[in-house]
Design a protein around this ligand. Structure first.
Ligand code: GLC
Length: 529
């Protein structure tokens, strides 16, 4: 277990549950909290230390939970507050902490705060959101574009002003310059901490505070990232404002007032590793921050080594990197990184689980679930509806594949699942019985990590290796080598024993100087003393 009980997350593997797609206990085709309770045994067996639950609060689901209409209650389609209390209690008994997802950048258009705010210009809640007069030509107040495309402003006829939404028009942005908004969220955070929640994943943490003067964003150039070029502008004034760190530090102070301290994990969806690191502050802001530039790096040894080394070299002393390959917004790594090749997916999983820091798995990563093809008629994600044939994020949100039976072990009901099933031949029930499965590999590496302090906590050092091999030492005695190329390769100067190989027939093999690796093969070696 964790060496420091106050930092249980530091060396642990955490697991993201997307509740609508995890397990449907009431048979209506949508996953729910009782379903998560029913499947806790799987997560305990797998060895994860915590669960990040994507939003379970009340939502009209314009963006499937990420448009919140009440921050203090559970959405009826997912269950009740007492189901959530029971989930927290049951998980805690199993040694698993629960993190909720908090969405502070914006509410739902149906939230009581916004309903009040839009009634008149002098309503007491008016300033809780970002309202501005039309520009001289009657158009939006500035040139900001929404992350989901189109202008970031919508004119509200009642009062003749525009409101800001960095995402859908159904997701009005809160005004984080307003002290009452800050106080309201302090209370919401304490409300959940007092209920036993171990922490929060903070949605769109980087965007919460906007430029007070609402200045125009500069145009993107051909030098800028793909995302910025798509957007046509650099999100200089509606993202990553320096003042956002004050809010995060304030939240950290609340977290530290609990025993053990509660955890904040920032969703810091930024383009460069350097930009992620600011969210750690001087170790006084969020304890963990997602490293999206790593997830977006190609599965190539040189590119990965560069990104990992950069992360390791510039992260503030004492802070912990986060490694993740998939989530509910990103194409699943067995598809995106591995192109559907199961051997490469195993290599990627081994990398995620053996880098220094906190690893987040997304439901289905442990069995190598790939993205599911979604037709135009099936698309539900507003981003997919807008940009089809890009199907948005539904391909990575299809139901968890628990078994090959009809209903996939996901639902016992006759109702169709809310999104179609992927290939049910890839499922938990079958893989649990196969010692050579991705699921067994995942569980075995997690348990090795718990058993070997060097693998769990040892410093990261890159090792010299052939171009297509990513190789590193962890602590004094662990070497991990991953051949991502198409030719057999060899890493020299290794003496010890393979403790786990993606080719399981090699587990236990003695290495007397040269570690040979077939293409798409990875191994963890315990060095001889
Ligand atoms: C985050 C969520 C994503 C959501 C967006 C707006 O990026 O992960 O699913 O659409 O915020 O809330």
């Amino acid at each position: 277990m964790a060496d420091d009980p106050n930092a249980w997350w530091r060396e642990g593997v955490l697991y993201q549950v997307y509740p609508r797609s995890f397990m449907d206990a009431d048979g209506d085709g949508v996953g729910d909290l009782r379903g998560v309770i029913d499947r806790l045994e799987h997560l305990q067996w797998l060895g994860v230390r915590g669960i990040w639950l994507s939003p379970v609060t009340v939502s009209p689901n314009a963006d499937f939970g990420y448009d919140c209409a009440n921050y203090r209650d559970v959405d009826p389609s997912l269950g009740t507050l007492s189901d959530l209390d029971e989930l927290i209690a049951d998980a805690t008994r199993r040694g698993i902490r629960i993190l909720l997802d908090i969405v502070p950048n914006h509410t739902s258009i149906d939230h009581a705060w916004f309903k009040e705010s839009r009634t008149s210009r002098d309503n007491p809640k008016r300033d809780w959101f970002v309202w501005a007069d039309p520009s001289a030509d009657g158009g939006p107040p500035n040139n900001w574009v929404s992350t989901f495309g189109g202008p970031a402003w919508t004119l509200d006829a009642t009062t003749g002003q525009y409101y800001l939404h960095n995402f859908l028009p159904e997701q009005p942005d809160l005004n984080w310059w307003n002290e009452e908004v800050r106080d309201a969220f302090d209370d919401i955070i304490r409300y959940w901490f007092d209920r036993g929640v171990a922490g929060f994943r903070v949605d769109v943490a980087h965007m919460m505070v906007k430029d007070a003067e609402l200045r125009d964003n500069p145009p993107a150039t051909s030098e800028d990232s793909f995302m910025d070029q798509m957007r046509g502008q650099l999100p200089l004034y509606n993202s990553c404002r320096p003042e956002v760190h004050d809010v995060h530090r304030r939240w950290r102070t609340i977290a530290e007032s609990y025993s053990p301290p509660r955890l904040f994990v920032g969703e810091t969806f930024v383009g460069k590793v350097e930009d992620v690191l600011a969210f750690y502050g001087d170790g006084d802001a969020f304890q963990l921050n997602f490293n999206i530039p790593f997830a977006e790096c190609p599965l190539e040894a040189t590119a990965l080594r560069t990104t990992i080394e950069l992360t390791e070299s510039i992260i503030p002393v004492g802070c912990t990197p986060v490694w993740t390959g998939s989530n509910h917004d990103l194409s699943r790594f067995p598809t995106r990184w591995a192109g559907g090749d199961p051997l490469l997916a195993r290599c990627a999983l081994m990398m995620l689980l053996t880098l220094r820091g906190t690893c987040f798995l997304y439901e289905g990563d442990e069995i190598g679930m790939v993205d599911t093809e979604i037709t135009r008629e099936q698309v539900l994600d507003p981003v997919g509806i807008k940009f089809f044939p890009y199907a948005g994020r539904d391909p990575e949100r299809t139901p968890m594949q628990w078994s090959g039976e009809p209903g996939g072990g996901f639902t016992a009901g006759a109702a169709e699942p809310w999104l179609p099933f992927g290939d049910l031949s890839c499922n938990v029930a079958d893989q649990r019985h196969e010692s050579d499965s991705m699921l067994s590999l995942c569980r075995d590496v997690i348990s090795l990590r718990e058993a070997l302090p060097d693998l769990r906590a040892g410093a990261y050092v890159s090792l010299d290796s052939p171009t297509d091999v990513l190789a590193y030492r962890r602590g004094e005695r662990i070497v991990v080598a991953i051949n991502l190329g198409t030719e057999p390769e060899a890493v020299e100067g290794i003496r010890g024993e393979i403790r786990c190989c993606t080719d399981r027939s090699r587990d236990g093999e003695k290495i007397e100087g040269v570690l040979s690796l077939a293409p798409s093969t990875a191994a963890i070696v315990l060095l001889a003393r």
